[in-house]
Design a protein around this ligand. Structure first.
Ligand code: UDP
Length: 251
């Protein structure tokens, strides 16, 4: 599905950025250089007319299942995680605005003095007006992840694809960090991801993608220019879809 040069392959995309993507090589928090680079990539695709909504994680600050949350009431810990995503959203909003991008943050938890509440129709209106929309606070519910929020929001706004930006350049048959001979899939079906328990996104979000027939592209955000390549329809990373047949392993 490669488009003509410079013409986006998608009208509307949902980009899922993990909190860790903002961390760079740091051990915690937000690396401002990395943030500025990601903002520049987002701007480049917004500039060619792609309507861009972003769900951002919080793992660089806090996760409900983190060791530091052990012994805590899980729901409380998860609310802390959701609050972390609001902090990341504000940081990304700031970085985007510094580069002249028009952007709104909408939160699934109400923090009215800081960001808009999530209102689906208003979010779609922002996108139609060419504004980047950042969805903060995940789904607003504990016991979920921002991957599920990405699928949920992607389905709600009618995104053509969910772009899952990660540290690795796609879905592998084994953990590529531990196994040098791990092979990357070019395409794989939702069911294969579930059956093989590949840790690309959590099972709840993959099931929702399957039910909504929402395609996911998994790619590395650390390779400069990748977001643009993906938005131009290039075959970057791994495509997760309902496509029948055997998963295609890259040789
Ligand atoms: N979280 C939650 N409900 C949601 C989304 C997130 O409770 O709908 C909490 C959960 O504790 C999670 C944390 O927020 O661990 C940060 O989100 P996530 O782990 O998905 O961030 P990422 O791994 O993408 O940085």
């Amino acid at each position: 599905m490669k488009s003509a040069s410079g013409v986006p392959a998608y009208r509307r995309v949902l980009l899922k950025l993990s909190g860790e993507a903002l961390m760079g090589a740091d051990a915690y928090g937000i690396n401002r250089e990395v943030l500025a680079r990601i903002a520049a990539e987002v701007k480049s695709v917004a500039d060619i007319g792609v309507q861009l909504a972003i769900v951002i994680g919080g793992g660089n600050i806090f996760r409900g299942i983190a060791p530091s949350a052990q012994g805590m009431d899980r729901a409380s810990a998860d609310y802390m995680g959701m609050l972390a995503t609001i902090m990341n959203s504000l940081a990304l909003q700031d970085a985007l605005e510094k580069q002249g991008v028009s952007v709104r943050v909408q939160s699934a938890l109400r923090v009215d003095q800081v960001v808009e509440p999530y209102v689906r129709r208003r979010a779609i209106r922002h996108l139609e007006q060419g504004r980047v929309v950042i969805f903060a606070a995940g789904t607003g519910n504990p016991f979920f992840t921002t991957d599920t929020a990405a699928t949920l929001r992607g389905a709600e706004i009618g995104a053509n694809v969910v772009l899952k930006a990660t540290k690795v350049d796609g879905v592998y048959d084994r953990d590529p960090v531990k196994h040098a001979d791990a092979k990357r899939y070019e395409t794989i079906s939702y069911d294969e991801v579930l059956d093989k328990r590949l840790g690309v996104m959590d099972a709840a979000s993959i099931v929702m993608c399957r039910d909504q027939n929402l395609t996911v592209r998994v790619f590395s955000i650390h390779k400069p220019g990748n977001l643009m390549r993906v938005c131009l329809g290039e075959n970057v990373g791994t495509l997760v879809s309902s496509a029948a047949g055997m998963p295609r392993l890259r040789t």
